[in-house]
Write a protein that binds this ligand. Structure first.
Ligand code: FES
Length: 96
């Protein structure tokens, strides 16, 4: 069984007030729409000490800065586009 990918949303006061409080439902919606909830651990974190670049979201080994709601679909596609479910219920990474 592959390891779950971890999404960590900074909930420090700076990122929270600059919009990260709005990222959680957007991320959850993407995961739900693409049936990825079981593939991912979604959690919040204290300040990443990168406030000037916030809002900050980490996914696996990557750090995304200046995240906005408009960027969430693009970021999620980069990170999870290979895993999302397609219409026949199989994962896209098995379609090669
Ligand atoms: S509050 Fe998010 S990096 Fe500091």
């Amino acid at each position: 069984m592959p390891l779950k990918r971890v999404i960590t949303v900074c909930m420090g006061s700076s990122c929270f007030s600059r919009g990260n409080r709005n990222m959680l439902p957007l991320i959850q919606s993407y995961l739900s729409t693409h049936q990825l909830e079981d593939e991912v651990i979604l959690k919040g974190s204290h300040c990443f000490s990168n406030c000037s670049e916030g809002p900050v979201v980490k996914i696996g080994g990557r750090t995304y800065t200046r995240v906005s709601g408009e960027r969430i679909p693009e970021i999620m596609e980069i990170e999870f586009g290979d895993l999302k479910q397609i219409e026949d219920g199989t994962s896209a990474q098995n379609q090669q």
